[in-house]
Design a protein around this ligand. Structure first.
Ligand SMILES: [Zn+2]
Length: 315
């Protein structure tokens, strides 16, 4: 589904709840407490004695009761999902997901606020909850030909180098499997220890080769990891950027796409939140061939208990 499909077919709360239920319970609705499938649907009658505000708070009208005598749990389709405690209509949520999934460069809270007609605060929270869902999950280790490079994001100084204090740039280590996924990891610095940790956790032992630039830490790291015979350094200085298959063009193009997003949409991303934007970028980039990235993202939002709202606000 693309943005246009989402905004035309998911307009009412009923339509959105139907779509959410199909994603959450593809084999039919189950009680989240006991797993039972004997349920009754409760239709709330509108209490005319209530104030407008009370009615609004009570607008989640779809409610199920579990008929298992030992359970009797009552639940809404959004309970235990990332939508649970939100008072925003689901149509706004689905439009927000479609916006974030569809845009190449990413979407700032300010742009979401404008597109969706919600407050800045609501747009900001929606964005971060969606990014949180994108960041969850296990990532397989990379094999094949893997390019590794480092880059510097933000800060006021031009060029490379880490400057301390307010002007400090953030270090991002990028890995890309040729023809495959990208991983972007925000690290404290670009020292051997930090880079080695990133490579160790993302590159598998069966990797075919690791392409890097001539930065002298790489041979040290790959020797430490027992992969030195797979290392190929690109000789940037001699003006020969591409020597056979030894190049880091793929990761460099991912970096430049990410940097354009930072400049174009987010202007200034704080170090604290950078990892979320990196996750969002990775998710979209790695999902570029996924035919239904929107549906996949909704499925993550309604996923499991490890995406609880409490956990989000506690961060
Ligand atoms: Zn039950």
């Amino acid at each position: 589904m693309n943005l246009l499909n989402v905004t035309t077919s998911l307009q009412t709360e009923e339509q959105c709840l139907d779509a959410l239920e199909r994603r959450r319970w593809p084999k039919g609705i189950r009680c989240p407490q006991c797993g039972g499938d004997k349920l009754s649907r409760i239709t709330r009658t509108v209490d005319l004695t209530k104030t407008r505000k009370e009615k609004k708070q009570n607008k989640r009208t779809r409610l199920y009761a579990c008929l298992e005598s030992t359970c009797n749990y009552r639940f809404t389709p959004t309970v235990g999902t990332l939508f649970q405690d939100s008072h925003l209509p689901l149509a706004k949520w689905f439009a927000a997901i479609a916006l974030i999934v569809d845009t190449k460069k990413g979407m700032s809270a300010k742009q979401m606020q404008r597109h969706l007609g919600v407050s800045y605060k609501a747009a900001w929270f929606m964005g971060h909850r969606i990014r949180k869902a994108m960041a969850e999950g296990a990532f397989p280790k990379m094999s094949g030909i893997v390019e590794v490079d480092e880059t510097y994001v933000g800060g006021k100084q031009k060029g490379k180098g880490v400057y301390y204090g307010k002007k400090q740039k953030a270090v991002v280590i990028g890995l890309r499997e040729r023809g495959g996924d990208v991983r972007l990891v925000h690290t404290r610095d670009a020292k051997a220890k930090s880079v080695q940790d990133v490579i160790a956790s993302h590159v598998g032992p069966e990797v075919q080769s690791v392409m890097t630039d001539e930065f002298p830490i790489y041979p040290v790291i790959l020797r430490n990891l027992g992969q030195i015979e797979k290392h190929q350094a690109v000789e940037h200085k001699r003006g020969s950027y591409v020597r056979g298959i030894a190049h880091t063009n793929s990761i460099e193009s991912a970096f430049s796409l990410f940097k354009r997003a930072i400049v174009g949409s987010f202007h200034k991303v704080s170090h604290k939140h950078l990892h979320r934007y990196l996750s969002e970028f990775e998710y979209r980039f790695n999902g570029r061939k996924e035919p239904d990235l929107f549906g996949q993202t909704v499925a993550r939002m309604v996923g499991t208990g490890n995406l609880e709202y409490k956990e989000l606000i506690a961060e």
